[in-house]
Structure formats: C-alpha cells, structure tokens
Design a protein around this ligand. Structure first.
Ligand SMILES: [Zn+2]
Length: 424
C-alpha cells in the first residue's frame, strides 16, 4: 500500500487570492451573471424591472442587497409555471449534458462543460489526489449527487467505482478486493460499511487501503471523525454544497471551517428580511454561483451557518463557513435525504384514524432513525401500523417506524418534524 501526501498543496491559484483580488474576480462574474440573466430575460430581469434596476446598478457585492433572495420554493414554483427550468436557463436545452430531478420537485440542468458542479477543488483540498481509487456511494439516478462527485474526481484524475447507495456487503467486498483509497458519501454510511466489514471478520486497517473520506449531506460529529481516524486510520473531511448550485465550501487539513469556493459569493442573511448579516452572526446561507448557463443570483439554500474570517494556516485565504447548523424551515435531512414537513403531513392526512402526527428524528448508534408518532381519533385495526409505515416509506423514500401515543402527547407548537439529534 502506498501513502500519498494528502495534507499539503493548493490546487488553484484563486484559492490564495488577496481579499481585493477575490472581490474583483467575484464582482467581475457577478456583472456577467446579471448581464446574462437580463439579456436572456430570466426571472431576474422581471425582478429588476419591478425594482427599477438596470444591469449597471448591480456592480459590486453590496449591490446584491437590492435583489430579493430566490428560495428553493420560489424556484420550484417558477419551474412549475414555466417548465422545466423556470426561465433561468440561458442556453438552448439541447446544450445540456443531463437533467436531474431533486426533491421539490426541482429540475437541475447540467451544462456540457467539465466538472459543471466544481467539486474538483474541494476534493483536492480534503486530500484526494490523482491516482486515487474511489468508491462513490451517492445515488446515480435522478438526483445529481452521484454524478457531481464522479465528474469532480474524473477532472482531478482519479478512478471511480460507482457503487451508489446501499449494498453494504458488496461495498465491503470491493474495498477488500481492490485497492480503494477514497470514500465519497455520508458519514453514517461509511460507519455502516466499516461495522459490516468487522462483522465479516475484515481487519479494516490491514485489509482495506482506505485513507481518505469525503463526507457530505449529513452532520459529521467530531467524535465520529475521531473514530474514523483512531479506529480505522481514515481521514474524514467535510464539504458543503447543494443540488442547485454545486460546491459551495470545503474543509482543508486544518478542519476549522469550510473555505468558500472562489466561484461562489456567499452571504449570510436574516431569513426574514433577506438582508446580509455581519460576519460571525448565524443566518441563512445565500449563494450566487458563477454559472452563466443557469444563473441563480442570491439563491437561498435554506441552510443555516455563519462566516468566519481570519487567516487559515493552510494558506487558503477564502473566508470559511462554520458547520451547517440546521434548516431555516423545518425541512430536515435524514440519512442524507431531505424530508419536508408537507410530506409528513400527507402521510398523516392519508390515514383517517390519525388525529395528529409528528415525525421524530433521532440517532441510534451512528444512524439516523425516524419515528412517526401518531395520536388517534378512531380505533385502529391490526394492519394500521404496517399500513402507515408503508405510506411513510412511499412518501419520503426512507424507512421509519410508527408509534401510537396517548392523546395530548404531541406538543402544540406547530412543529411536524422534531429533530432530537445531538452533534457532539
Ligand atoms: Zn484552510
């Protein structure tokens, strides 16, 4: 087994720009995005017209405040009114490489350009190198995650095994039989693979070649990161992005926050007013990504975080996002998948015996578990629990259990999803 140097080196010169150089570059692509959106008559033009703005009025980062935040729900509504992309696409659809669908539903176009989602820089920063053999455990169908990292690794010069999600036995076999050095996926799934390997009498440190893990889509507790390293010799690092805008930020070897990608302008805003907050204050992550094909100016991710400035010993100069602290709405991520309150409500509404329901998300060991607690208004038959579990599974595409609770147990606080997970 060969060991690569994974903790030094910076891939792109833009990552070490001075604050002035970074601002100048960002304002350059911001002006192009606004001019392109305006010229292509995207929904941004209507917004600007209504506010009496011309492209020349948006020339610096502070001018972004003049434009309202486009939320995920706005995007879904625009796409429904004007399918498939709500008028945001600036190229003919024939120039697209693929179209994905993510929950919402939202259609995500992929331009015919290398590494469209721009994960290459992040993969290098967390320690992936040309020559790595990587299992990519994100799904390859419909949602964009699998292809996002596939393309990033391909541009970096690595080799990918598209294992997709699930099939833990097969994942273990592959890692035992092939010199797999990298893992891409959720932290809990990596832990599940490692536990499964142990149950199959595999000595992970001896029989696997795994050195580095790119962990996304769910929280990484520091205690879990430490176990990956201490118990299995695997360096686990995080990054953050969305299906709409791709890579937003990524860790470096210092693991003191996630450097913001040089092709993203990130603001932290008050979710109520859309106004930018000072650095250090928590708020909604709003992203303007340098993507002329599908320009989303001030896209509200719905994720909560804060920005930290100050020098990082790694040499990268970009400000850093601290950890993602949750969601603005109650949209919750379970096992890396979004679960929306409306999906839970639908389950509750489709069984007449249920008076009230609440989805409780918690942790059991290293896995997310969800339980739908229900109060009844009429007696339930024998098949009730199984029937509701099936409806829940159909609605959110995840397995959960159903528990009947006494009337009055579910709090009257308007929350339909209760997240009890702790991340320390
Ligand atoms: Zn750094």
């Amino acid at each position: 087994m060969h060991h690569m140097e994974r903790n030094s080196g910076i891939l792109n010169p833009e990552e070490t720009y001075s604050a002035e150089e970074r601002r100048s570059r960002q304002e350059g692509f911001l002006r192009d995005l606004v001019a392109g959106s305006y010229g292509s008559n995207t929904p941004l033009k209507a917004v600007m017209d209504a506010a009496g703005l011309k492209p020349a009025d948006i020339s610096c980062i502070e001018d972004l405040q003049k434009i309202p935040v486009t939320k995920k729900t706005d995007l879904a509504r625009a796409q429904k009114a004007n399918p498939p992309f709500g008028g945001f696409l600036t190229v003919p659809p024939s120039q697209l490489l693929r179209i994905h669908q993510s929950p919402g539903p939202i259609y995500d176009p992929v331009g015919r350009v290398p590494d469209y989602w721009k994960w290459k820089t992040a993969l290098y920063s967390v320690g992936f190198r040309p020559g790595d053999l990587v299992v990519n455990t994100f799904a390859y169908h419909l949602t964009p995650a699998g292809h996002m990292f596939e393309e990033g690794m391909s541009e970096l010069g690595g080799t990918v095994i598209p294992t997709g999600v699930g099939n833990t036995d097969t994942q273990v076999e592959i890692m035992k039989n092939l010199p797999v050095t990298g893992y891409i996926g959720t932290p809990s799934f990596l832990m599940a693979i490692l536990k499964k390997a142990e149950s199959m009498q595999v000595d992970v440190k001896k029989d696997f070649s795994l050195e580095v893990a790119f962990l996304l889509a769910e929280m990484l507790p520091e205690s879990m990161r430490k176990r990956f390293l201490d118990d299995y010799g695997i360096t686990g690092r995080q990054a953050y992005g969305t299906a709409d805008v791709g890579c937003v930020s990524y860790e470096c070897p210092e693991t003191n926050g996630m450097h913001i990608h040089y092709d993203a302008i990130v603001e932290i805003v008050d979710p109520g007013t859309g106004k930018a907050l000072p650095n250090g204050e928590p708020g909604e992550v709003v992203v303007t990504r340098n993507n002329q094909i599908y320009p989303l100016v001030r896209f509200g991710t719905g994720d909560l975080s804060s920005i930290e400035e100050g020098l990082c010993p790694c040499g990268r100069t970009a400000p850093r996002l601290t950890r993602i602290m949750g969601r603005v709405d109650q949209l919750t991520k379970v096992k890396g998948m979004f679960v929306h309150p409306s999906q839970v409500q639908k389950v509750v509404d489709s069984h007449l015996e249920i008076a009230k329901g609440r989805l409780v998300v918690d942790r059991a060991g290293d896995q997310d578990v969800m339980t739908l607690e229900v109060e009844l208004k009429s007696p339930a038959g024998e098949a009730f629990i199984g029937g509701v579990e099936q409806t829940l599974r159909d609605a959110v595409k995840l397995k959960g259990s159903v528990k009947i609770v006494e009337t009055g147990t579910i709090k009257e606080d308007g929350k339909i999803i209760e997240d009890l997970r702790k991340w320390d």
